[in-house]
Design a protein around this ligand. Sequence first.
Ligand SMILES: Nc1ncnc2c1ncn2[C@@H]1O[C@H](COP(=O)(O)OP(=O)(O)O)[C@@H](O)[C@H]1O
Ligand SMILES: [Mg+2]
Length: 352
Amino acid sequence: MASASFQHVTKRFPDGEVAVKDISLLVVDGEFMVIVGPSGCGKSTVLRMLAGLEDVTEGVVRIGDRVVNDVPPRNRDVSMVFQDYALYPHMSVFDNMSFGLRMRGFAAPEIESRVLRAANALGLGSLLNRKPRELSGGQQQRVALGRAIVKDPLVFLFDEPLSSIDAKLRAETRVDLKRVQRGLGATFLYVTHDQVEAMTMGDRLAVMKDGELQQVAPPLEIYDHPANLFVAGFVGTPAMNFIPVTVNGRKVKAAAIEIELQRPAAVDRAVLGIRPEALSVRMSPSIPTIDMKVDMAETLGRDQLIYGTVGGDGIVARIDSHLKVTRGDRMRLSIDVGLVHLFDVDTGQAFM
Ligand SMILES: Nc1ncnc2c1ncn2[C@@H]1O[C@H](COP(=O)(O)OP(=O)(O)O)[C@@H](O)[C@H]1O
Ligand SMILES: [Mg+2]
């Protein structure tokens, strides 16, 4: 296995589109790195530049210590798994997994030992003679992964491999992928637009927007300390509440919200960020509260989402389902001040 890195990498397509802007990112050897961001933000282009399927306009791409800018794709020692993993329908699992190795002229005993090892790691050991149509969707997915594993690449690349499968299978495959990555000690660079997928699988996330990296950090750090408004709004379900406020030292005010921050901020205006889960019905004299007019309650199971307004500002709260709430109710909610965020109005950068 190996690390992979991008150093000040920019990609400009011939039509002038700048898909990737000055990205620097190190994927550590053995790390599960997830690039996450909305559709069109440049994720696939980053991956394709590492695979050698797109050339680099500016900057340096490395696999391990080796600069690969001018190395053709087949000599880069990476395996790529796409969304559309298309197995050969007429071939057995064994033949599907060994096809690439046979094409590259590996000897039969080496092929067999690699396929068996990968098949066992993926729980496919007893299915090697089956055809794809005799497998469940999840097993087919694992055969596609097995095809990548037998190549014994330095880096695995995944481009939204789960986006076309149903929710239950997606959840199972997430766990499978993570387990396989750990088991192999493999370097994974994994692209998705799905923040839940990113949060659950990544050792670290690289959040992208409009061709630029926004923040690179472990999932919880992204959740707890988003670097800017974009990251704050992108990660977390439902999204963080954003409320325009005036600021005076530690005092922050909106139409019907008044709280004291733990630290002062040296601005007059800002955007206050409160996650729905930072609001609660538990009261204590020392905790500031807001008075919400309820528009709608939505049950999720253990929790419910309460949509409403506070002095004209729209707010969502996530609270215990067992509290009965209906449209038109007024609710007092306390704000966990340790969990609020404050962002610059103009740049979106986080103050805290
Ligand atoms: N071959 C190409 N020529 C011109 N523009 C492209 C090409 N491939 C991708 N793009 C553009 O580059 C941007 C990033 O694309 P892509 O990397 O596929 O985004 P993502 O994978 O995040 O959805 C998009 O605006 C897309 O239209
Ligand atoms: Mg893409």
